[in-house]
Design a protein. Structure first.
Length: 172
């Protein structure tokens, strides 16, 4: 193909998916993009705490937070790709994340290990609520693939919440 032919080529049509109306693609994409911003905020907070945790349970907490951070990061790619598969657009920048995120950052110089885990426990609990809301939105518009994926992400968030909760309980 020469230069003139490549300049005259039309872009490929938007992918979209059969059965999801264009207005629903916009709503679903917006909902999943906010979830994506929340996940990036949760990922950074989890890694922040992973890097700065200290105390008698350092090794256990350090490894737990590293494992959870990896899981959260893996979810971000799956969500962004799902939005693109249905023909939507998603995050473009750190600033875009900051404008959308509902998970609050923690810039404190020092946070006690138990407080780190409790804060992440609550963040993951709230994320589960947000995911359930996104599930309802996707189900309402017949996006079966997104609802199926979200069910897995809900289970993962609930598992993270459970581990964090149990790690902060005092043994009796």
């Amino acid at each position: 193909m020469n230069v003139r032919e490549s300049e005259n080529r039309r872009p490929a049509p938007a992918l979209g998916t059969a059965g999801i109306e264009p207005y629903a693609v916009v709503k679903i994409s917006a909902g999943l993009t906010v979830i994506l911003a929340d996940l990036f905020a949760l990922y950074v907070k989890t890694k922040n705490f992973h890097w700065h945790v200290s105390g008698p349970h350092f090794r256990d907490y350090h490894l737990l937070l590293d494992e959870q951070g990896e899981q959260i990061l893996a979810t971000t790619d799956a969500i962004a790709e799902r939005v693109r598969k249905i023909g939507g657009a998603t995050l473009h920048s750190i600033g875009h994340i900051a404008r959308l995120q509902r998970i609050v950052d923690n810039d404190s110089e020092f946070v006690a290990a138990e407080d780190m885990l409790a804060e992440l426990c609550e963040d993951n609990r709230r994320l589960t609520i947000y995911l359930r809301s996104a599930h309802e939105l996707c189900a309402k518009h017949g996006d079966v693939a997104s609802t199926s994926l979200i069910e897995v992400w809900i289970d993962e968030a609930e598992r993270r919440t459970w581990f964090l909760y149990e790690a902060t309980r005092s043994g009796t």
